[in-house]
Design a binder for this molecule. Structure first.
Ligand SMILES: O=C(NCc1cccc(CNc2ccc3[nH]ncc3c2)c1)c1cc(-c2ccc(F)cc2)cc(O)c1O
Ligand SMILES: [Mg+2]
Length: 214
């Protein structure tokens, strides 16, 4: 039977990356996507912006919406302080299965919890299920029409605190117009656009960084 693109991406990691070396896992995925097959990882250009935001925030508790193959999960987790954790939600079980193996290859299982299911169901259960008080950083990279409803849900569930950073991928391509309008016009957020390119292409895309003001 035919392999899937995530399976071929995992094989490229297992073939080309060093076990326990997160940076080599990131490099192996970027090389695969540049030389073999495009895949919807945040990529290296936007990934460097992600790295700088993570390093600046130094988060203890991170939420990622949309794991896919775990590329940004590994990128973020490799920069976290020792006791810090990242909870990453993935709706597609096939993606989650691959992501767990990519994360294991990077040796970051202890810092990452992959949760399978839809954000709308899991966000209200974060406190009781995972003992989360509030998130220091949220990386949005799932279905683009879910960014706004899930941001409102995070607010309503008291999962954001004064200073929580929301970092959203793909605000230009594929685009998240309703989310952008909200975070750029709401008095509860201070927003900043980081212009970049769609992963592995010359098309414009960018990340929107929004600070929750409480
Ligand atoms: O659409 C995108 N990513 C999201 C996505 C997509 C498919 C499946 C899932 C299933 N995972 C999922 C779903 C719902 C969920 N709820 N909670 C968790 C959760 C997890 C997620 C995307 C597209 C492009 C893109 C494509 C084509 C093109 F031409 C240009 C650009 C580039 C990107 O960087 C992208 O991130
Ligand atoms: Mg994306």
């Amino acid at each position: 039977t035919q392999s899937t693109r995530p399976q071929r991406l995992l094989h490229a990691v297992q073939k080309n990356a060093t076990r326990g070396d997160p940076r080599s896992v990131v490099k192996a995925i970027d090389n695969f996507c540049r030389q073999k097959e495009w895949a919807m990882n945040v990529g290296d250009e936007k990934g460097c912006i992600l790295d700088s935001v993570v390093s600046e925030v130094n988060p203890v508790t991170v939420l990622e919406l949309g794991t896919y193959c775990g590329y940004s999960t590994v990128r973020i987790a490799s920069l976290l302080p020792p006791r810090a954790k990242i909870i990453t939600l993935e709706f597609n079980p096939d993606y989650a299965k691959i992501a767990r193996q990519v994360i294991a290859w990077a040796g970051l299982e202890d810092k990452i919890q992959v949760v399978e299911g839809p954000s709308g169901e899991w966000i209200p259960k974060m406190k009781e299920q995972f003992g989360v008080k509030t998130f220091d950083l949220v990386f949005l990279d799932h279905w683009k029409d879910r960014y706004l409803p899930d941001t409102k849900l995070l607010e309503d569930c008291g999962l954001l605190r004064k200073g929580t950073i929301l970092l959203a991928d793909n605000v230009i391509c594929p685009g998240t117009p309703d989310y952008l309008e909200y975070v750029r016009n709401s008095p509860r957020y201070k927003s900043q656009y980081f212009k970049s390119h769609l992963e592995y292409t010359k098309a414009e895309d960018g990340l929107e960084k929004s600070v929750f003001l409480g």
